[in-house]
Write a protein that binds this ligand. Structure first.
Ligand code: APR
Length: 262
């Protein structure tokens, strides 16, 4: 819990405090949000002006009803987002998180992100609570499909693009992401709660903490007496449960933490 009546510690002091919590930890649970991919050029959701939801309406694009209403608009939007991911690279924040695991502790990454930048950075244990842009499935029969290696050619977001047909039943493919109103994948949620139950320390990175049930995970950890380290340039809903707040970008704070851990 960050005491609002206390002077805000310097970033250096907060980094020292966070490193002291991580040093010697055998199991670390990480919750990541769109903020960790921001420095790779992937728009977050709620940043005013640049955020995805500032320019598009989630209700028009990220629900099963939106897809039934206009499959080409929804598929085109997600293909634009997938193209941005394929044209992006993991940033120093993703890479430092992968290096943290290489030092020995079990680092379980629970991400709300639908990109594959954690995996491409080398993180081995990644669970996608909100699905993945890279795992389309049939809207009718649910059969999983894949993508070829090519990058979709649509440079602008929002252009309509008819979804491909399922090779089993002919129904339209849909993005493999969790839409508003849909249940989270059971296996990812189970892995997340397991990681919280067994971790010694939790780090929450680049999330506004607004979308449940994912947003409830840091509070769950804190409620079980696990120290929570938050990395975010701004205050969030997780301030109340964070033991240490690193008011910094992920690409700055995570490498600095690794440096302190030696
Ligand atoms: N480093 C760390 N944090 C950052 C950075 C950065 N470089 N840049 C921005 N942030 C922070 C912002 O301050 C904000 O708190 O990342 C957070 C992004 O918040 P949101 O845009 O709300 O994204 P997120 O929390 O991941 O959203 C959760 O909501 O719409 C749904 O399914 C969607 O998974 C998403 C979920």
């Amino acid at each position: 819990m960050i005491d609002p009546c206390q002077p805000v510690p310097s970033l250096g002091d907060s980094l020292d405090a966070a490193a002291a919590l991580l040093r010697g930890a055998g199991r670390i649970a990480v919750l990541s949000g769109a903020g960790i991919s921001a420095e790779s050029g992937i728009p977050t959701f709620r940043d005013a002006l640049t955020g995805l939801w500032a320019r598009f309406d989630a209700g028009d694009l990220a629900t099963p009803e939106a897809f039934e209403r206009d499959p080409a608009l929804v598929w085109g939007w997600y293909e634009w987002r997938r193209m941005k991911v394929l044209q992006s690279q993991p940033n120093p924040g993703h890479l430092a998180l992968a290096r943290l695991a290489a030092r020995g502790p079990q680092v379980t990454v629970i991400t709300q992100n639908v990109d594959d930048l954690h995996e491409r950075a080398g993180s081995r244990e990644v669970h996608h609570l909100h699905g993945s842009l890279h795992a389309p499935r049939c809207f009718e029969c649910g059969r999983s499909h894949g993508f070829g290696p090519q990058i979709p050619d649509e440079p602008e977001g929002g252009r309509r693009l008819a979804p491909p047909a399922c090779d089993h039943c002919g129904g339209p493919l849909r993005p493999g992401v969790v839409w508003f109103g849909e249940m989270l994948p059971e296996d990812a949620w189970r892995a997340a709660t397991e990681a919280i139950a067994h971790c010694e320390v939790m780090i929450t990175i680049g999330t506004s903490g607004l979308v449940f049930p994912a947003a409830g995970l840091p509070g769950l950890a804190a409620g079980r007496g696990k120290p929570v380290i938050q990395i975010n340039p701004t205050a969030t809903e997780h301030d109340d449960c964070a033991r240490v707040a690193l008011r910094a970008r992920a690409g700055e704070a995570l490498p600095a933490l690794l440096e302190r851990l030696g």
